[in-house]
Structures are given as C-alpha cells and as structure tokens.
Design a protein around this ligand. Structure first.
Ligand code: LM2
Ligand code: CA
Length: 454
C-alpha cells in the first residue's frame, strides 16, 4: 500500500485529461488521495458532438451529463469516490459556446441539434452574431469586442450578456454542484467579459472554486488581471518561461520567478508546466516527451511558492487531434497507467513525491537560495523542505547545502519512497547546523522534507 498521505493542506490539482469517470474514481481511491493530491480536474462532462478527436468535448450540444467518458451515474459515483478519498473535483466547464456545424448529426447521447439550434436549450437569438470577417469568426485579438462577441474557431458564441443564457449556464453548473462538484475550470474565459462570468457565478447555489482560462497575449486589450475578481486565473506565461529556462537559458534566473516576471499576483495564479492545449500547440513547452527534464520542471513548480500548481496527466499522441485510447464505439478506455497510451505523469515518482513536499512546506517562505550562476540551484522552504536541482551536463559531487532543516535522516524523495522509517532510495543526513552533502548526477535533483524524515 502507498505511504500515508503527508500532512498539510492539499492544494495540488491533478488534471486527468480525457480520463473516463470510472478510471478517475479508481485513481482518487488508489493514488490521488493516498499521495496527497487535493483536487482532480476532469474533462468536459456534458454531451458533445460525435467524432474520434479529443476536442469533441469542447463542442457541447446539450447539458446532459453523458459523454464518451461516461454516464451521469458514473460521473456521480466518481465524485463520491473522490470525496471519500479526500480529493475534490474540478470540472472543465464549456460555457462560452456550443457546437458548430462541422459535425452535424445527433450528439453523443442522441440529442438532436443543428447550428444555433439546440432544442429546449438555445435558439438563434441566444447567440452572438458579430457581423465581422464574413463568417463571424474571431480574427483580431487586438479588438476586445471581436474576441468576446465573435466566434472562436466557428463555435456558436453564446450571448452571455443575456439573462436567459446566464440562467441556463448557471443551471448547468448548479446541476454539477448538485452532484457534488467542488469547482470549475472556466473554458475560454477570455471570450466572455469578466462581468458575465461574475453574474453567472452569482447565480450558483453554493460557493465553488473557479479557475479561468485567460491566455496572456502581449499587447492584447483583454488581460488575465481583469478576471481575478471572479477567482483564480491561469498564468500561461509560467510554463512557457519555465521551459525556456530549462531548455536554453539558466535555472539561476528562477530565483525571483513569479510576480517579478510580470505575472499575476501569486494568490490568483493557477500554474502548470503544460496543459492539454499547450502540449499540442505551443512550441518549446515541456511535456511528458521530455521525460526526466519534465519531471524536474514539475519538481521545481511543486517546490516553488508561486501560484496553485496543476500536474498534467496525458495520453500519448502522434498527431494533434488524436483522441484518447477508445473502444470501437468511441467510449474512452479505462486508463491503465504506463500502458495502452496512458502516460500518467501524476504517478511519476518524482512528481507524486513532490506533491507530498508541497503539502509539507505549504505556507513557508523560500530560504537559503543558492545558484552557481548557471544551471545548479538550491533552496529551502522555511525549515520544512529543501530542493536542489543540478541541470548541468555533469555531476556535482561533494558539495554541502545549507538546508535549514532539523537535524536527522531524510529520504531523498526524488529517488526513493519513504514507508515508515525506511526509504527505497538514498538517505541523506542533515547535521545539527542544518547542513548536508550529496552527490548529484547531471540533470538530477535531491529533495528532502519533514514529511519524509526517517
Ligand atoms: C479552449 N479554451 O479556451 C480549450 O482549452 C481548447 O482546447 C478548445 O479548442 C477551445 N477553447 C474551444 O473550447 C479545442 C481544439 C480545437 C477544436 C475546438 C472545438 O483545440 O482544435 O476546434 O476544441 O472542438 C475544432 C477544429 C477547428 C474547427 C472547430 C469547430 O480543430 O478547426 O473550426 O473544431 O468545428 C472550424
Ligand atoms: Ca463569447
């Protein structure tokens, strides 16, 4: 069995992209809860157009909780299983738009619909018809009106300024809350005025965590900062900049990573190394394909006190639109970690153990920063944890680190699992002055925390 969950607040989100509900529930019970994840983020649960691509989930045709990821009953059971494991559930909420006409035909659960007509839900008058660019599509991100009132890749754009639409969207979200959901990732938030989201939020039956997807674009009139009054906002610059530091610049530059880089205030920022869009569409971002370096970037994210971190969990893809592993009728397969295409980054030893580190150091400041001016860095978190990353091309042996940790023996959680007083990896001794020594291979790290003290 897994080691007992480390103490401390649990705020780390695991994004089980395109996992089916049965698998999410099982993962909450067997891994996410025991290893200290606080939340699971799931892909859109509403009825969608049919097709093999992953992105059919982003084309709603009704608000029935029936999708290739499972039925309403399976969804409800998943929420209950996660809660029983101490894991809260965040749903990807697609509220800016409905399906376009490219995939006409009944929806996943059989609902009839056509473009601008979703029977019993919305008709033509409930959508924006912006009258620009010939086909109403968004072209110019420098124009606020266009970004919020025209169509994102031809998807029927809901008039979120209208009372009826706001009420209908709130009814969908309230239905999810009635099933026990704890929060929402608000898809395409940039394409809705912050005031519209605030209005919908005000109609919710109870409080819910909210994280808004507002992709920073240099020089654009709509900024992530406009949305912080509604809840958290994704800080997209974080993963792009972190990848650049690892790939072509210097980890030493990370000593003031966060607000000093022009980012959102730390209390409003939701961060990730990659997400389902950036791993496909943003050149240079680190992904599961980068293996060890990806793990180190996640280790840094989890150890560093800026924003709320989400760990991505992917399936392998060789082309951008490729859907998740599925059966002949299009239902998503059960996620079987490390086989059948499921990469399960959230289970990688380094990443899963650094979630325990995060929980153990929550609320403590960075102390004792060290860097060699290049790609070797080290820092502590109060007297609760210490991470050093050697991203140089050669080993660094015999150096001493000023950890600020209480004296004792610690399991290096980058290389080992602690169970009780044993560690499956190296054991590091911190002396009475808080110092320890270690040999660190190239592109490797050592992490110690009080939750893994032997
Ligand atoms: C998002 N955030 O704002 C999602 O994170 C992102 O994954 C969604 O795009 C997008 N907004 C809409 O919710 C994905 C995918 C697109 C896909 C759309 C709609 O990245 O490629 O667009 O979902 O399914 C696809 C086609 C596109 C076509 C569109 C409509 O790629 O060429 O446009 O469907 O048929 C004509
Ligand atoms: Ca819109």
């Amino acid at each position: 069995p897994a080691a007992a969950a480390p103490a401390g607040p649990r705020r780390v989100i695991a994004n089980l992209f395109e996992w089916n509900w049965v698998s999410v529930g099982n993962e909450c019970t067997s891994f996410l809860g025991p290893r200290g994840y606080g939340y699971v983020q799931v892909s859109p649960p509403q009825e969608h157009v049919r097709g093999p691509e992953w992105w059919v989930a982003y084309q709603p045709v009704s608000y029935r909780i029936e999708s290739r990821k499972g039925t309403r009953a399976q969804f409800a059971a998943m929420v209950n299983a996660c809660h029983a494991a101490g894991v809260k559930v965040i749903v990807d909420a697609v509220v800016n738009h409905m399906a376009n006409e490219d995939k006409n035909g009944p929806g996943w659960a059989g609902s009839a619909w056509s473009h601008y007509n979703y029977p019993g839900i919305y008709q033509t008058q409930d959508f924006h018809h912006c009258g620009r660019n010939g086909n109403d599509d968004i072209v110019n991100y420098g124009d606020r009106y266009e970004v919020q009132n025209c169509e994102l890749v031809n998807l029927a754009d809901l008039n979120t300024g209208a009372d009826y639409v706001r009420g209908r969207l709130a009814a969908y979200l309230n239905d999810l809350l009635s099933l026990g959901v704890d929060g929402f990732r608000m898809d395409a938030s940039k394409h809705m005025p912050a005031a519209d989201i605030a209005n919908i939020k005000g109609r919710l039956s109870r409080s819910a965590y909210m994280v808004q997807e507002v992709i920073f674009g240099a020089g654009e009139p709509i900024t992530p900062g406009e949305y912080t009054g509604n809840g958290d906002v994704h800080e997209f610059r974080y993963g792009k900049d972190l990848a650049r530091m690892f790939r072509s610049e210097r980890l030493a530059y990370l000593r003031d990573f966060g607000e000093a880089w022009g980012y959102l205030p730390t209390g409003s920022a939701a961060v990730f190394v990659d997400n389902h869009d950036t791993q496909r569409d943003v050149a240079g971002v680190l992904t599961y394909r980068d293996n060890g370096i990806y793990a180190l970037a996640n280790a840094f994210m989890l150890a560093w006190p800026y924003g709320s971190p989400t760990v991505m969990s992917s399936y392998e893809f060789s082309s951008r639109d490729q859907g998740p592993p599925s059966d002949a009728s299009g239902r998503t397969n059960n996620a079987t970690c490390f086989t059948g295409g499921w990469r399960c980054e959230h289970r990688w030893q380094v990443i899963a153990n650094m979630v325990g580190f995060r929980n153990a150091v929550e609320g403590t400041p960075v102390v004792n920063w060290y860097d060699n001016g290049n790609n070797h860095i080290a820092f502590g978190r109060g007297s609760a944890g210490f991470l050093t990353i050697n991203d140089e091309d050669g080993a660094i042996n015999g150096r001493w680190y000023d950890s600020n940790l209480p004296a004792g023996r610690y399991c290096d959680v980058i290389h080992g699992e602690r169970t009780g007083s044993t560690c499956t990896g190296p054991v590091i001794t911190v002396d009475s002055g808080g110092w320890f020594t270690a040999n660190i291979a190239a592109h490797d790290a050592v992490a110690l925390h009080i939750g893994a003290k032997l």
